[in-house]
Design a protein. Structure first.
Length: 156
């Protein structure tokens, strides 16, 4: 069984994103143990504070990545892959129980140094999404990838 963790800055506020994620988390349960850990957003007043804010959030996120885990930074500059390639990545890195941790930054993004330290940089799209949208898309793609690996007909 796969062990997946989504470590994100901030909590979800919109009930529709919470509902969508709960549905995919339920669907994922036969394939993977999925946990979501949230760290607090660092308050800021202007974009001039971006570096300090992202560094502070990165320190909190780093604590959520266990030794030996495969860390994936979700950043728009990351690699854009097909669902099948994403499934191959999960299979390669997560077989044998190795934890895969997906890191999602706050409103200002993910700290560049933290992203650089991750083993993989993933882009869900070159477009910008809200945190709720990004999490929901990630959960749906995790489920889709698991069905690909299991030979199910969800993905055509």
């Amino acid at each position: 069984m796969f062990k997946l963790t989504i470590a994100a800055v901030g909590s979800l506020k919109e009930p529709f994103w919470k509902d969508a994620i709960a549905e995919y988390q339920k669907r994922l349960s036969p394939f993977a143990k999925v946990s979501v850990v949230e760290v607090a957003e660092t308050p800021f007043k202007s974009a001039h504070e971006a570096s300090a804010v992202m560094r502070a959030e990165a320190e909190s996120l780093k604590k959520k990545v266990a030794d030996g885990a495969f860390a994936v930074a979700l950043i728009k500059e990351g690699k854009s892959v097909t669902t099948e390639k994403f499934a191959e990545l999960l299979d390669r890195e997560g077989q044998g129980g190795r934890e895969i941790v997906f890191l999602i930054g706050g409103p200002l993004g993910l700290d560049p140094e933290l992203a650089a330290s991750c083993q993989y940089k993933l882009s869900l799209s070159s477009m910008t999404f809200t945190h709720g949208e990004a999490r929901a898309i990630l959960f749906e793609q995790l489920y889709r990838a698991m069905t690909v690996l299991a030979g199910k007909t969800y993905h055509y």
